[in-house]
Design a protein around this ligand. Structure first.
Ligand code: C2E
Ligand code: MG
Ligand code: MG
Ligand code: MG
Length: 276
């Protein structure tokens, strides 16, 4: 007994855990400051048709931390979500991305490109989410029918009826929806078909597994079949090699993104990419 309690005490004062807790608290403080000091920027990853033609970009947020340099969204988005800071950050991302979309409209080389923006569950489930998107579209002058919002499966599992209503209201304006990282969450096949989704993005882990031993290829084939049956366009994420591209092409994917085509680019480099 005493021994077990002693062990618990030790783990309670575990210095590694203490370090994690204070790192997390520091990240939170830094994030708060970052919002005020405008330390965020957007990078844009080109999206391609399977034949290699540019079809649009995905906006990806970057945090230029004054001491740490670039911090990955994989690290700070979860903290921003837990603290509701994602509401302000997400709103900023939307304004920024729609601002670029509006500027594209004036140039025939960019007018037909799509802008994909990631939306977190915390943002989407706000009662005024639809109004917020409408306000940003109006404020920036961006064309709604060039905007695509990326939602995750787990987000769509919650409160399905209200999710459908929100999506339909935006859909009426022309805004489209993609399901992001498909296959990694808890998808429910029973209502996937009820959601007004226009695109299914296959998570990169499946693309990477597809050319390895095992059932990876069969899983990709199944996801493509499912998406097509439901009338969605299929995008393969994380395509890094010509072999992966040949594979997703053979499986009938319509679009792809990944380092093979282009890494996410800061706006200045995106301009060079678009005009070359
Ligand atoms: P995601 O939406 O699935 O975005 C794709 C991620 O894959 C990006 O990571 C991108 O840089 C990376 N990627 C693309 N192609 C390749 C490739 O060929 N190889 C490899 N190894 N990686 C590739 P990133 O930018 O680190 O973003 C991570 C995640 O953070 C995103 O995943 C998204 O879920 C989230 N995120 C990023 N920006 C935002 C945002 O503005 N709002 C919200 N709510 N989430 C965001
Ligand atoms: Mg995404
Ligand atoms: Mg994704
Ligand atoms: Mg992903």
């Amino acid at each position: 007994q005493a021994k077990a309690a002693g062990r618990n005490n030790v783990s309670f004062f575990d210095p590694a855990m203490e370090a994690r807790v204070s790192a997390r608290a520091e990240l939170e403080t830094d994030l708060r400051r970052a919002l005020v000091n405008k330390e965020f920027e957007l990078h844009y990853q080109p999206l391609a048709s399977i034949g290699g033609e540019l079809s649009g970009v995905e906006a990806l947020v970057r945090w230029r931390h004054p001491q740490r340099g670039m911090v990955s969204p994989a690290e700070f988005i979860p903290v921003a979500e837990e603290t509701n800071m994602i509401l302000r950050l997400g709103c900023w991302v939307l304004i920024e991305a729609c601002g670029l979309l509006a500027r594209w409209a004036g140039d025939e080389r960019t007018a037909a490109l799509d802008m994909s923006v990631n939306v977190s569950a915390v943002q989407f489930h706000r009662p005024d989410f639809v109004e917020q998107v409408m306000a940003v579209l109006k404020q920036t002058g961006a064309r709604p029918d060039r905007l695509r919002l990326e939602l995750t499966e787990s987000l769509l599992l919650n409160d399905v009826e209200s999710a459908i209503q929100k999506m339909l209201r935006l859909r009426e304006l022309g805004v489209r929806f993609a399901v992001d990282d498909f296959g990694t969450g808890y998808s429910s096949l029973s209502y996937l078909h009820r959601l007004p989704l226009s695109q299914l993005k296959i998570d990169r882990s499946f693309i990477w597994d597809a050319l390895k031993e095992g059932h990876g290829a069969a899983i990709v084939r199944m996801i493509v079949g499912l998406g097509k049956t439901l009338g969605m366009s299929i995008l393969a994420e994380g395509v890094e090699t010509p072999e992966q591209l040949s594979f997703v092409m053979a499986e009938g994917c319509h679009y792809y993104q990944g380092y093979l085509y282009s890494k996410p680019l800061p706006e200045s480099q995106l301009a060079d990419f678009l005009h070359r």
